[in-house]
Design a binder for this molecule. Structure first.
Ligand SMILES: Cc1cc2nc3c(=O)[nH]c(=O)nc-3n(C[C@H](O)[C@H](O)[C@H](O)COP(=O)(O)OP(=O)(O)OC[C@H]3O[C@@H](n4cnc5c(N)ncnc54)[C@H](O)[C@@H]3O)c2cc1C
Length: 334
């Protein structure tokens, strides 16, 4: 379905009111292919928008927003302990997690309650509580914008990284994810090693539903619910630096929170950096550093995109001035 001069207020969790020149939603691949073939569409920029939970609208979008609304979750194959599940891009991510947990399938329970749609999960390689989407994604089915051909990316071809994938680099803007196939397990050990999870669940009595419910309770406690307070979750990525640099910083700032990262590097908790500067609760206009979670910038009501971008710049400058570290936004500015 095609709309013009369409308000995106209901389509971004920050709650910013900007318009798209055109807004197209599709419920199956044929509808999408027919639209992409259209000559009028080809003259305009486009942006694929799922749940709008990782974007910041900074101005009116003078092109077409393409929004997947295709639905469906189905088991396509079982191979001993492995169960392959095809999920349409327009499914709400957490509905799929609930489906997996209800069907006693392991693999995505630690990613409970992350906002957004399934189509964005490989693009972002969403992650939480020691799990990432890449651990469960088997392949990603896309439609090429240029010629509407189907292209299937294996897990390896997605080149997943920390909140990163090939869809943000070489293949950016070329494909629309229409379906993701996950490889889940009938039996698997729980992944309870991560911080607050470790202290909250007794492994001997754990079930998938207990893990999911515990994670939802922790997340509700720590993070603003987008239905009540606008945000895009973690606004910044954790900086990853050479371990030598992290060790030097730790000599000056012994409380600094760090985690080992691949390739002899160290990840520094951006939330700690921001919190240590006393920025929790700091506001510019209607935008605020969340009083409980320094990594999250919120819209306290009526924030403009300028308020949010000014606040983000202020935070980045303060971190850079004190620690000599650059914190990059995880949120995409549109
Ligand atoms: C309160 C809160 C908590 C959060 N917690 C977490 C967390 O714990 N871990 C985490 O990783 N993230 C978290 N996020 C961020 C967000 O939920 C994820 O990035 C999510 O995957 C975004 O999904 P979306 O459908 O809203 O994508 P959008 O914000 O709509 O889009 C994000 C990107 O994906 C692209 N995209 C979306 N769908 C498609 C598609 N079908 N085909 C091609 N490209 C597509 C868009 O073009 C854009 O580049 C949180 C956000 C909020 C608001």
């Amino acid at each position: 379905m095609l709309h013009s001069d369409f308000s995106l207020l209901q389509y971004n969790t920050f709650g910013i009111d900007e318009q798209a020149k055109f807004f197209f939603s599709f419920s199956d691949k044929q509808e999408l292919a027919a639209f992409l073939k259209n000559e009028f569409r080809k003259d305009l920029p486009y942006f694929v928008l799922g749940g709008g939970s990782n974007i910041l609208l900074t101005k009116p979008f003078e092109g077409t927003v393409i929004h997947p609304e295709n639905k469906g979750i189905s088991i396509t194959e079982e191979r001993s302990n492995d169960v392959f599940v095809a999920v349409a891009a327009g499914e709400v991510w957490d509905d799929f997690v609930q489906w997996a947990v209800s069907n006693n399938l392991h693999g995505v329970e630690n990613l409970s309650y992350i906002p957004g749609c399934v189509g964005a999960s490989p693009v972002q390689n969403i992650g939480a509580y020691g799990s990432e989407a890449k651990d469960a994604i088997y392949r990603v089915v896309c439609m090429a914008v240029e010629d509407q051909q189907e292209r299937v990316f294996s897990n390896e071809e997605c080149r997943f990284g920390y909140r990163d994938s090939v869809f943000k680099h070489e293949e950016a803007g070329k494909y629309i994810v229409t379906e993701v196939v996950f490889k889940l397990q009938k039996n698997a050990p729980f992944n309870l090693g991560y911080g607050s999870l470790r202290n909250s669940i007794d492994e001997s009595t754990a079930t998938l539903q207990i893990v999911r419910d515990t994670i939802i309770a922790i997340r509700k406690e720590k993070l603003p619910d987008p239905k009540e307070i606008g945000s895009a979750g973690s606004f910044f990525k954790n900086p990853v630096v050479p371990t030598e640099q992290a060790e030097q910083l730790k000599q000056s700032f012994p409380d600094m929170v760090t985690y080992p990262a691949p390739d002899g590097k160290t990840k520094i908790a951006a939330g700690w950096l921001i919190d240590s500067l006393g920025l929790k609760g700091f506001r510019i206009g209607g935008a605020q550093v969340h009083p409980k979670q320094a990594l999250v910038l919120t819209n306290t009501g009526g924030a403009t995109a300028t308020d949010v971008t000014n606040l983000a710049s202020h935070v980045r400058t303060k971190v850079s001035d004190t620690y000599g570290l650059t914190i990059e936004p995880e949120v995409i500015y549109l």
